[in-house]
Design a protein around this ligand. Structure first.
Ligand code: 13P
Ligand code: SF4
Length: 311
Protein backbone atom coordinates (compact mmCIF):
# COMPACT_ATOMS: atom_id res chain seq x y z
CA UNK A 1 0.00 0.00 0.00
CA UNK A 2 1.35 3.50 -0.79
CA UNK A 3 1.57 6.16 1.91
CA UNK A 4 -1.35 8.02 0.33
CA UNK A 5 -3.49 4.86 0.28
CA UNK A 6 -2.57 4.19 3.90
CA UNK A 7 -3.66 7.75 4.88
CA UNK A 8 -6.94 7.42 2.96
CA UNK A 9 -7.66 4.08 4.65
CA UNK A 10 -6.89 5.56 8.11
CA UNK A 11 -9.19 8.52 7.37
CA UNK A 12 -12.04 6.10 6.58
CA UNK A 13 -11.36 4.06 9.74
CA UNK A 14 -11.14 7.11 12.03
CA UNK A 15 -13.86 9.18 10.34
CA UNK A 16 -11.22 11.83 9.66
CA UNK A 17 -11.01 14.68 7.16
CA UNK A 18 -7.78 16.43 6.10
CA UNK A 19 -7.69 20.25 5.92
CA UNK A 20 -4.60 21.95 4.46
CA UNK A 21 -3.46 25.54 4.00
CA UNK A 22 -2.10 26.60 0.59
CA UNK A 23 1.37 27.06 2.13
CA UNK A 24 1.90 23.39 3.07
CA UNK A 25 3.89 21.12 0.78
CA UNK A 26 2.16 20.18 -2.49
CA UNK A 27 2.28 16.45 -1.57
CA UNK A 28 -0.12 17.25 1.29
CA UNK A 29 -2.31 19.63 -0.70
CA UNK A 30 -2.67 16.79 -3.22
CA UNK A 31 -4.23 14.38 -0.71
CA UNK A 32 -6.18 16.87 1.43
CA UNK A 33 -9.99 16.86 1.38
CA UNK A 34 -10.10 20.66 1.68
CA UNK A 35 -7.35 23.15 0.74
CA UNK A 36 -7.79 26.87 1.30
CA UNK A 37 -7.01 30.14 3.03
CA UNK A 38 -7.40 30.72 6.76
CA UNK A 39 -11.03 31.92 6.48
CA UNK A 40 -12.17 29.06 4.25
CA UNK A 41 -10.51 26.49 6.51
CA UNK A 42 -12.15 27.98 9.64
CA UNK A 43 -15.56 27.72 7.94
CA UNK A 44 -14.89 24.16 6.75
CA UNK A 45 -13.69 23.12 10.23
CA UNK A 46 -17.02 24.34 11.62
CA UNK A 47 -19.16 22.54 9.03
CA UNK A 48 -17.62 19.11 8.33
CA UNK A 49 -19.55 16.20 9.87
CA UNK A 50 -16.47 14.04 10.60
CA UNK A 51 -15.42 13.24 14.17
CA UNK A 52 -11.73 13.93 13.49
CA UNK A 53 -10.00 16.84 11.71
CA UNK A 54 -6.36 16.54 10.64
CA UNK A 55 -5.20 20.17 10.41
CA UNK A 56 -2.20 20.62 8.13
CA UNK A 57 -1.23 24.16 9.03
CA UNK A 58 0.46 26.06 11.85
CA UNK A 59 -0.72 25.73 15.46
CA UNK A 60 -3.06 28.73 15.58
CA UNK A 61 -5.09 27.10 12.78
CA UNK A 62 -5.48 23.80 14.67
CA UNK A 63 -6.32 25.71 17.84
CA UNK A 64 -9.03 27.67 16.00
CA UNK A 65 -10.54 24.44 14.63
CA UNK A 66 -10.52 23.05 18.18
CA UNK A 67 -12.16 26.21 19.60
CA UNK A 68 -14.90 26.13 16.95
CA UNK A 69 -15.52 22.37 17.40
CA UNK A 70 -15.31 21.28 21.03
CA UNK A 71 -16.79 17.86 20.22
CA UNK A 72 -14.24 16.97 17.52
CA UNK A 73 -10.71 15.67 17.81
CA UNK A 74 -8.29 18.01 16.00
CA UNK A 75 -5.02 16.29 15.10
CA UNK A 76 -1.93 18.43 14.48
CA UNK A 77 0.61 16.46 12.41
CA UNK A 78 3.39 18.86 13.45
CA UNK A 79 2.57 20.69 16.71
CA UNK A 80 5.98 22.42 16.63
CA UNK A 81 4.82 24.40 13.55
CA UNK A 82 4.31 27.74 15.28
CA UNK A 83 3.68 30.99 13.41
CA UNK A 84 6.20 33.50 14.88
CA UNK A 85 3.89 36.43 14.10
CA UNK A 86 1.11 34.87 16.21
CA UNK A 87 3.37 35.42 19.24
CA UNK A 88 4.17 39.08 18.48
CA UNK A 89 1.64 40.68 20.80
CA UNK A 90 2.10 41.85 24.32
CA UNK A 91 -1.07 41.10 26.30
CA UNK A 92 -0.38 44.03 28.67
CA UNK A 93 -0.57 46.34 25.65
CA UNK A 94 -4.17 45.19 25.05
CA UNK A 95 -5.10 46.14 28.63
CA UNK A 96 -3.30 49.49 28.23
CA UNK A 97 -5.22 50.27 25.00
CA UNK A 98 -8.52 49.32 26.61
CA UNK A 99 -7.88 51.73 29.46
CA UNK A 100 -6.90 54.51 27.01
CA UNK A 101 -9.95 54.38 24.68
CA UNK A 102 -13.51 53.72 25.92
CA UNK A 103 -14.92 52.59 22.60
CA UNK A 104 -11.95 50.40 21.62
CA UNK A 105 -12.48 47.24 19.55
CA UNK A 106 -9.57 44.80 19.69
CA UNK A 107 -9.48 43.26 16.22
CA UNK A 108 -7.40 40.13 16.19
CA UNK A 109 -5.99 38.63 13.01
CA UNK A 110 -6.67 34.90 13.10
CA UNK A 111 -2.86 34.44 13.06
CA UNK A 112 -2.78 34.65 16.87
CA UNK A 113 -2.87 32.22 19.77
CA UNK A 114 -6.07 31.30 21.68
CA UNK A 115 -5.12 33.24 24.83
CA UNK A 116 -4.88 36.45 22.75
CA UNK A 117 -8.14 35.76 20.89
CA UNK A 118 -9.73 35.39 24.32
CA UNK A 119 -8.86 39.05 25.02
CA UNK A 120 -10.18 40.27 21.65
CA UNK A 121 -13.56 41.46 20.41
CA UNK A 122 -13.53 40.03 16.92
CA UNK A 123 -11.19 37.96 14.74
CA UNK A 124 -10.50 38.66 11.08
CA UNK A 125 -8.56 37.04 8.27
CA UNK A 126 -6.94 38.77 5.30
CA UNK A 127 -10.01 38.00 3.18
CA UNK A 128 -12.59 39.59 5.51
CA UNK A 129 -10.65 42.21 7.56
CA UNK A 130 -11.78 45.20 5.44
CA UNK A 131 -15.44 44.22 5.51
CA UNK A 132 -15.50 43.52 9.24
CA UNK A 133 -13.49 46.58 10.39
CA UNK A 134 -15.44 48.92 8.07
CA UNK A 135 -18.73 47.78 9.59
CA UNK A 136 -17.70 47.91 13.26
CA UNK A 137 -19.48 50.67 15.18
CA UNK A 138 -16.24 51.54 17.07
CA UNK A 139 -14.04 54.44 15.95
CA UNK A 140 -10.90 53.25 17.77
CA UNK A 141 -9.52 49.91 16.68
CA UNK A 142 -6.45 48.11 18.06
CA UNK A 143 -5.39 45.78 15.24
CA UNK A 144 -3.21 42.86 16.41
CA UNK A 145 -0.76 41.25 15.82
CA UNK A 146 0.15 42.02 12.16
CA UNK A 147 1.29 45.62 11.66
CA UNK A 148 1.35 45.20 7.87
CA UNK A 149 -2.21 43.91 7.50
CA UNK A 150 -3.27 46.52 10.06
CA UNK A 151 -1.62 49.30 8.03
CA UNK A 152 -3.33 48.08 4.85
CA UNK A 153 -6.73 48.08 6.61
CA UNK A 154 -6.02 51.57 8.03
CA UNK A 155 -5.18 52.91 4.56
CA UNK A 156 -8.45 51.58 3.15
CA UNK A 157 -10.58 52.82 6.09
CA UNK A 158 -9.14 56.31 6.89
CA UNK A 159 -12.29 57.33 8.79
CA UNK A 160 -11.30 55.05 11.71
CA UNK A 161 -8.43 55.44 14.16
CA UNK A 162 -6.59 52.16 13.67
CA UNK A 163 -3.80 51.63 16.19
CA UNK A 164 -1.09 49.32 14.89
CA UNK A 165 0.98 46.68 16.64
CA UNK A 166 4.58 46.03 15.50
CA UNK A 167 4.07 42.32 14.57
CA UNK A 168 5.00 41.00 11.14
CA UNK A 169 5.28 37.81 9.07
CA UNK A 170 8.96 37.22 8.36
CA UNK A 171 8.14 35.43 5.08
CA UNK A 172 6.19 38.35 3.63
CA UNK A 173 8.43 41.01 5.19
CA UNK A 174 11.44 39.45 3.45
CA UNK A 175 10.02 40.39 0.03
CA UNK A 176 11.53 43.73 -1.03
CA UNK A 177 10.44 46.28 -3.61
CA UNK A 178 13.98 46.20 -5.01
CA UNK A 179 13.77 42.44 -5.68
CA UNK A 180 10.37 42.92 -7.32
CA UNK A 181 11.69 45.70 -9.56
CA UNK A 182 14.66 43.55 -10.59
CA UNK A 183 12.27 40.73 -11.51
CA UNK A 184 9.94 43.18 -13.30
CA UNK A 185 12.84 44.41 -15.46
CA UNK A 186 13.28 40.83 -16.69
CA UNK A 187 9.52 40.25 -17.09
CA UNK A 188 7.95 43.64 -17.98
CA UNK A 189 4.63 42.08 -19.01
CA UNK A 190 4.12 40.52 -15.58
CA UNK A 191 1.51 41.78 -13.14
CA UNK A 192 2.56 42.14 -9.51
CA UNK A 193 0.21 40.45 -7.02
CA UNK A 194 0.74 40.54 -3.26
CA UNK A 195 -0.65 39.42 0.08
CA UNK A 196 -1.45 42.32 2.45
CA UNK A 197 0.99 40.83 5.00
CA UNK A 198 3.68 42.38 2.74
CA UNK A 199 5.41 45.65 3.59
CA UNK A 200 3.99 48.98 2.39
CA UNK A 201 6.53 49.52 -0.41
CA UNK A 202 5.66 46.07 -1.80
CA UNK A 203 1.88 46.61 -1.47
CA UNK A 204 2.26 49.97 -3.23
CA UNK A 205 3.79 48.24 -6.27
CA UNK A 206 1.04 45.61 -6.51
CA UNK A 207 -1.58 45.52 -9.27
CA UNK A 208 -3.72 43.35 -6.98
CA UNK A 209 -3.72 42.63 -3.24
CA UNK A 210 -5.56 39.70 -1.67
CA UNK A 211 -5.58 36.68 0.62
CA UNK A 212 -4.03 33.47 -0.70
CA UNK A 213 -7.40 32.29 -2.03
CA UNK A 214 -8.10 35.67 -3.65
CA UNK A 215 -4.66 35.69 -5.34
CA UNK A 216 -5.32 32.20 -6.75
CA UNK A 217 -8.77 33.23 -8.00
CA UNK A 218 -7.26 36.39 -9.52
CA UNK A 219 -4.69 34.56 -11.65
CA UNK A 220 -7.40 32.14 -12.80
CA UNK A 221 -9.70 34.94 -14.00
CA UNK A 222 -7.34 37.77 -15.03
CA UNK A 223 -6.18 38.37 -18.63
CA UNK A 224 -2.40 38.65 -18.00
CA UNK A 225 -0.11 35.72 -18.75
CA UNK A 226 2.66 36.33 -16.20
CA UNK A 227 2.69 37.26 -12.52
CA UNK A 228 5.27 38.23 -9.90
CA UNK A 229 3.77 36.55 -6.85
CA UNK A 230 4.45 38.18 -3.46
CA UNK A 231 3.36 35.58 -0.96
CA UNK A 232 4.52 32.17 0.26
CA UNK A 233 5.55 29.86 -2.58
CA UNK A 234 3.09 27.07 -1.63
CA UNK A 235 0.39 28.88 -3.65
CA UNK A 236 2.22 27.87 -6.84
CA UNK A 237 0.76 24.35 -6.71
CA UNK A 238 -2.83 25.63 -7.00
CA UNK A 239 -1.94 28.52 -9.35
CA UNK A 240 -0.43 26.06 -11.83
CA UNK A 241 -3.60 23.95 -11.61
CA UNK A 242 -6.03 26.83 -12.16
CA UNK A 243 -3.90 28.60 -14.84
CA UNK A 244 -1.57 25.98 -16.38
CA UNK A 245 -0.68 28.16 -19.38
CA UNK A 246 0.51 31.12 -17.25
CA UNK A 247 3.94 31.90 -15.75
CA UNK A 248 4.60 32.70 -12.09
CA UNK A 249 7.76 34.32 -10.70
CA UNK A 250 8.91 34.41 -7.08
CA UNK A 251 11.56 36.92 -6.14
CA UNK A 252 13.58 35.14 -3.49
CA UNK A 253 14.35 31.90 -1.68
CA UNK A 254 12.89 33.31 1.53
CA UNK A 255 9.32 33.12 0.20
CA UNK A 256 9.01 29.80 2.05
CA UNK A 257 7.44 29.47 5.50
CA UNK A 258 9.61 26.94 7.36
CA UNK A 259 6.83 26.17 9.83
CA UNK A 260 4.21 25.37 7.19
CA UNK A 261 6.78 23.10 5.53
CA UNK A 262 7.14 21.00 8.71
CA UNK A 263 4.05 19.05 7.62
CA UNK A 264 4.91 15.77 5.86
CA UNK A 265 2.85 12.82 4.63
CA UNK A 266 4.59 10.59 7.19
CA UNK A 267 3.51 12.91 10.02
CA UNK A 268 -0.07 12.91 8.68
CA UNK A 269 -0.07 9.09 8.67
CA UNK A 270 1.50 8.87 12.14
CA UNK A 271 -0.95 11.26 13.79
CA UNK A 272 -3.85 9.21 12.40
CA UNK A 273 -2.31 5.93 13.64
CA UNK A 274 -1.67 7.35 17.14
CA UNK A 275 -4.66 9.75 17.22
CA UNK A 276 -2.07 12.21 18.57
CA UNK A 277 -0.80 14.96 18.86
CA UNK A 278 -4.09 16.76 19.35
CA UNK A 279 -4.74 20.52 19.54
CA UNK A 280 -5.54 21.33 23.16
CA UNK A 281 -7.15 24.51 24.48
CA UNK A 282 -8.38 24.78 28.08
CA UNK A 283 -12.16 25.02 28.41
CA UNK A 284 -11.95 28.52 29.91
CA UNK A 285 -9.79 29.84 27.05
CA UNK A 286 -11.90 27.98 24.50
CA UNK A 287 -15.08 29.64 25.72
CA UNK A 288 -13.45 33.10 25.65
CA UNK A 289 -11.75 32.63 22.27
CA UNK A 290 -14.85 31.17 20.59
CA UNK A 291 -16.66 34.53 20.97
CA UNK A 292 -14.43 36.57 18.57
CA UNK A 293 -14.10 33.62 16.18
CA UNK A 294 -17.87 33.03 15.98
CA UNK A 295 -18.37 36.78 15.66
CA UNK A 296 -16.01 36.78 12.65
CA UNK A 297 -17.96 33.97 10.97
CA UNK A 298 -21.21 35.83 11.59
CA UNK A 299 -19.99 39.30 10.55
CA UNK A 300 -18.22 38.04 7.44
CA UNK A 301 -21.48 36.51 6.20
CA UNK A 302 -23.54 39.69 6.73
CA UNK A 303 -24.14 42.26 4.00
CA UNK A 304 -24.92 45.34 6.03
CA UNK A 305 -23.73 47.35 9.02
CA UNK A 306 -23.49 45.23 12.16
CA UNK A 307 -25.35 45.92 15.38
CA UNK A 308 -23.50 47.49 18.34
CA UNK A 309 -21.06 45.02 19.86
CA UNK A 310 -21.09 44.32 23.57
CA UNK A 311 -17.49 45.10 24.47
P1 13P B 1 -4.49 33.61 4.27
O1 13P B 1 -4.50 32.18 3.87
O2 13P B 1 -5.70 33.93 5.07
O3 13P B 1 -4.32 34.51 3.12
O4 13P B 1 -3.28 33.82 5.29
C1 13P B 1 -1.95 33.79 4.95
C2 13P B 1 -1.08 33.32 6.04
O5 13P B 1 -0.03 33.85 6.28
C3 13P B 1 -1.45 32.17 6.81
O6 13P B 1 -0.46 31.88 7.70
FE1 SF4 C 1 3.07 32.83 10.05
FE2 SF4 C 1 3.97 34.05 7.89
FE3 SF4 C 1 4.27 31.42 8.10
FE4 SF4 C 1 1.82 32.51 7.70
S1 SF4 C 1 3.55 32.54 6.29
S2 SF4 C 1 2.36 30.90 9.16
S3 SF4 C 1 2.01 34.41 8.85
S4 SF4 C 1 5.21 32.98 9.40
Amino acid sequence: MTLTEEIKELCREKDAVILAHYYVDSSIQAIADYVGDSFYLAKVAKSVPNKTIVFCGVTFMGESACILNPDKTVLMPSPDAVCPMALMIDKEKIAEMRSTYDDLAVVCYINSMADVKELSDVCVTSSNALKIVRNLPNHNIFFIPDGNLGRYVAEQIPEKNIILNPGFCHVHASITSQAIMNCFKEHPAAKIIAHPECRKDVCDLADYLGSTKELIEYVAEDDAQEYIVCTEKGVLYKMEQVAPEKKFYFVGASQICPNMKKMTLEKVRDCLVNMSPVAVVSEETRLGASVPLDRMLELASQNNVVPEMAL
